[in-house]
Design a protein around this ligand. Structure first.
Ligand SMILES: Nc1ncnc2c1ncn2[C@@H]1O[C@H](COP(=O)(O)OP(=O)(O)O)[C@@H](O)[C@H]1O
Ligand SMILES: [Mg+2]
Length: 357
């Protein structure tokens, strides 16, 4: 069977182990975790591994208006209420011999909780407007992103229902807690997108690092959105760290013509400087060595990196232009950048063009 829960960091391995252990039992499972972290994925994995013959029936308790939820869950008889033209089977019945997944159970209206508790305890239901009871054989999985304990204190959730569903709680880690899974998740998501015929982009190593730095409030769902966006904007192209920050986490169209040597590339070079280079005493007059920055955090709490590198860039551009008496072509050569790049940068820093080349 193909693995449903992707990822191989410790937290994910532990999650898979718990899923494997609980699947074979018929116990009620409570999945807890932030939105987008994979509660639906885990519910599917538990059902698939349980080998129960019936279906996995999903009810999103937060999405169904509370007036309709009772009949949605338990079904109704013909004429049970205005509009009930024919009898209807509810989701409890549909999940007979299978698994019932009550998603967002924290949003279950208080008025329905007693009836739900009874159905869970007895594994028997009564359709709305019905008389006889219907026996069911089902596995229950519940999920919530809410703090149910707090809801109990506030009187919005019945404590007895909570104890009934909290048999085997599984806390699903956030994406920030399993950042090492990001490359594997990207590969998985891209392969799904590729089968739908889209041309996928190539994520450079720097792009993966940038994705690992991000905090992911929307978890894997947000990651999926970013990857999907990437196939639209960067179809068949390479993606670097700057693209992640500026074009994918924020949606701005990239300037594909722009020279690759950007401020952020300079920062990664700063990080690569090693001790050996420090002692490499060349006899030419050279630039102040980047290692001089090493001790700055001993004196400062914060360094505005972008601003600082921008200021260095500004000073060097001005210096080069002074040396070339305002010739942009000459100055760009001495800075080893393209003339057009220099013009862009001069615009960015509002440095006036005085030469006539
Ligand atoms: N471990 C995982 N492996 C593969 N895909 C995942 C994983 N976790 C989440 N996803 C994907 O992330 C998205 C959100 O997952 P979902 O289960 O709907 O989250 P939740 O129900 O917690 O809000 C889905 O597209 C799902 O396929
Ligand atoms: Mg969900």
């Amino acid at each position: 069977m193909t693995e449903i829960i992707k990822g191989s960091c410790d937290a994910t391995k532990q999650l898979r182990k718990l899923v494997e252990m609980v699947s074979v039992s018929g116990s009620t499972v409570l999945l807890r975790g932030e939105t987008g972290c994979g509660k639906d994925v885990v519910a599917r994995a538990i059902h698939d591994q349980s080998k129960r013959k019936g279906d996995l029936i999903n009810v999103n308790c937060a999405a169904i208006p509370s007036e309709l939820l009772e009949s949605e869950l338990f079904g109704h008889e013909k004429g049970a209420f205005t509009g009930a033209d024919s009898k209807r089977e509810g989701r409890f019945e549909a999940s007979n011999n299978g698994t019932l997944f009550l998603d967002e159970i924290g949003d279950m209206p208080l008025s329905l909780q007693a009836k739900l508790l009874r159905a869970i305890e007895t594994r028997k239901i009564q359709r709305v407007g019905g008389k006889g009871e219907i026996n069911l054989d089902l596995r229950l999985i519940c999920a919530t992103h809410q703090n149910i304990e707090k809801k109990i204190e506030e009187g919005l959730f019945r404590a007895d229902l909570f104890y009934r569903i909290n048999v085997f709680p599984i806390e699903i880690p956030t994406l920030s807690e399993r950042k090492d899974d990001i490359p594997e998740l990207i590969e998985h998501i891209l392969s799904e997108i590729e089968t739908s015929g889209s041309k996928i982009p190539l994520f450079e190593d720097s792009a993966i690092s940038a994705l690992k730095e991000y905090i992911w409030p929307g978890n894997v769902r947000e990651l999926r959105n970013v990857i999907e966006r990437s196939t639209i904007i960067f179809s068949n192209k390479k993606i670097n760290a700057k693209n992640i920050r500026e074009n994918l986490l924020k949606i701005n169209l990239p300037d594909f013509k722009e020279e690759k040597k950007i401020i952020w590339d300079m920062t990664s070079e700063l990080a690569d400087i090693n001790e050996e280079k420090e002692n490499d005493d060349s006899n030419e007059i050279s630039m102040p060595h980047p290692n001089h920055y090493k001790k700055w955090f001993e004196y400062l709490d914060q360094i505005d990196l972008r601003r600082h590198l921008g200021e260095v860039e500004y000073i060097l551009i001005e210096g080069a232009l002074r040396k070339s008496s305002g010739s942009v072509t000459e100055a760009s050569k001495s800075l080893k950048i393209n003339r057009t790049t220099l013009i862009e940068k001069m615009k960015k820093y509002s440095i006036p063009k005085v030469g006539n080349d």
